[in-house]
Each structure stands twice: as C-alpha cells, then as structure tokens.
Design a protein around this ligand. Structure first.
Ligand code: G1P
Length: 271
C-alpha cells in the first residue's frame, strides 16, 4: 500500500520573480489558498498518511506556515472567530502528517529524492512536483489504483506541443494496457526537438520504487549539472523494472512560470 508521499520544495522559483524574491512559490495564493494545500489535499484524498517535504534553509517559511501557530492560538482565544478556528484546524491536520528534510544545494530532483531515503518504509512511494497542479480528477488516486493492479511504478503523462519537448521528460511507449495506461519503453530528460522519441511528456506525479535510491546514489550528474530523477528511472527501465505511463483524466495547470501561475489561478477560481 502506498501511504507515503514526498514533495520537493527546495527549488528557487526564479521563473516566478519578483513574487518569489522573499516568498516561496508554493505559498503563493491561488484563489485564497497557498498552492501547496491543493497538493496536500490530493495526497489526503488518495489515502496518503505521511508527506515528506524537501525544503531548504531559504524556504523555511514553508515550515513556519505549518508550525508557527502561536498567532492562531492567541487570536482564537481573543476573538473566537469560527472561520479562523476552522483554518487553524486545517493547518493542524496538515502539520500532523508532514515531515521536513533539507536540500540546501539545488542539485536537482534526483538529489532531492535521495534526501528522503531514511524515511521511506515500503517498497513504493509517491512523489508530487508542486509546479504541476492537476484538478477535477485526483491523478495520484488513479495512479495508486493502477499500481495496486500491476504492482509496478507509474508516472503521469500528457501529450505536449511538439515544439516544447525540450522542457519535459519525454517517453517512448512499449504497449498500451488500455486507453489511459501504457508500458514505458524509455524516458529521456528534456531532449532536443529533433531527437525526441515522442511528445508524451512526464508530468509531476510519480510512484517510485525504493530501489531508486540505490540507483541515484551512483548516478553521475546529467543535463545542466543536475541529478535528474528521469535518468534514474531510465536506468531502472533498462534493468527490466516496469514503469507505466498514466494519461490522467484531470486538467493540468502549470504553476511554475509567471504566465502559467496567472492562468492557473484563474482556472482554479472557476471550480
Ligand atoms: C521536472 C522533470 C521533467 C518533467 C517535469 C514536469 O522538470 O525533470 O522530467 O517533465 O518536471 O513538470 P522541471 O520542471 O523541474 O524542469
């Protein structure tokens, strides 16, 4: 059973400057709530019991959001406002399930995953990238249900504009299980347009095997001098581990770029 999730949150958020000069991007409001709460709710609804946040010293404000609750306590005592009380209860619920680890050097998503090794108990765990919101249908829940049937790793997938393949991890497919799921033959991190095997992109939801830690430990740096999770997955596929690509049914919202963030906030306010 998949009960643990990890969320890399140490990224610098430069694509969202000036908003991120003092503020972590994951706390930026989207229709009155920090973006990270949508991700946490997706986890809770999918049956996740523990979430590991990978933050950095620069992004301690994320920990404060859940831990500095003296302010709430004082105000609730003084004013007894039911709205504040219910917000406080929500924060307490999140706080109970969240643990923190640190990645102080921005060495890539693979390096962030490595930091969580000592916490992961079972053979598979979920990873969510907070720049990728998926609304209207719980992608993690659907991926967990595929994992239960096929007992292997799963990654979210979406067709992207061919001109943008060098912004994503790109799959090549082996065979389809049904319209929404296929076995992955290979995956390449941010290929050039001319060498991309397809326009099926990796979106930020992964069910990863514990074995990935061993792979990451010995992995040389990849594109841009970073340790990429995609390269570790590629290695595992070559060794014969099965990975399924899941074409999710929900709507994808990109929250990692300024235009994406503006559009996502509008979309989210409609639901
Ligand atoms: C990361 C992954 C990439 C994936 C993307 C999804 O890239 O490395 O394979 O397609 O997330 O959002 P990043 O957005 O960190 O550049």
């Amino acid at each position: 059973m998949i009960k643990q999730a990890i969320i890399p949150l140490a990224g610098l958020g430069t694509r969202l400057l000036p908003l991120t000069s003092v503020f972590p991007k994951e706390l930026l409001p989207m229709n009155g709530r920090p973006g990270i709460e949508y991700i946490l709710d997706e986890c809770i609804e999918a049956g996740i019991k523990e979430v590991i946040f990978i933050i950095s010293n620069k992004k301690k404000m994320i920990k404060d959001y859940f831990y500095k609750d003296n302010f709430y306590k004082k105000i609730i005592k003084k004013k007894g406002d039911p709205r504040i009380l219910s917000e406080y209860k929500k924060i307490l619920k999140y706080k109970k399930m969240v643990k923190f680890v640190y990645q102080n050097k921005p060495l890539g998503t693979g390096d962030a995953v490595l930091k969580t090794q000592k916490f992961i108990k079972s053979d598979f765990f979920l990873m969510l990238l907070p720049d990728d919101l998926i609304i209207k249908k719980n992608c993690s829940k659907d991926m967990i249900s595929i994992h239960k049937k096929k007992k292997c790793s799963v990654m979210a997938s979406m067709k992207v504009d061919k001109k943008t393949v060098n912004r994503w991890g790109i799959f090549s497919k082996k065979n389809h299980i049904n319209i929404h799921n296929f076995y992955i033959k290979d995956v390449i991190e941010k290929p050039e347009i001319k060498s991309a095997p397809s326009n099926n992109a990796v979106i930020g939801r992964y069910i990863l095997p514990k074995k990935v830690f061993k792979k990451l430990k010995n992995q040389p740096k990849g594109k841009g001098g970073e340790i990429h999770i995609t390269d570790a997955i590629r290695g595992l596929i070559i060794e014969g581990n099965k990975f399924i690509g899941h074409n999710f049914k929900g709507k994808y919202l990109d929250c990692g770029t300024m235009q994406g963030y503006i559009n996502s906030s509008k979309e989210i306010s409609k639901i």
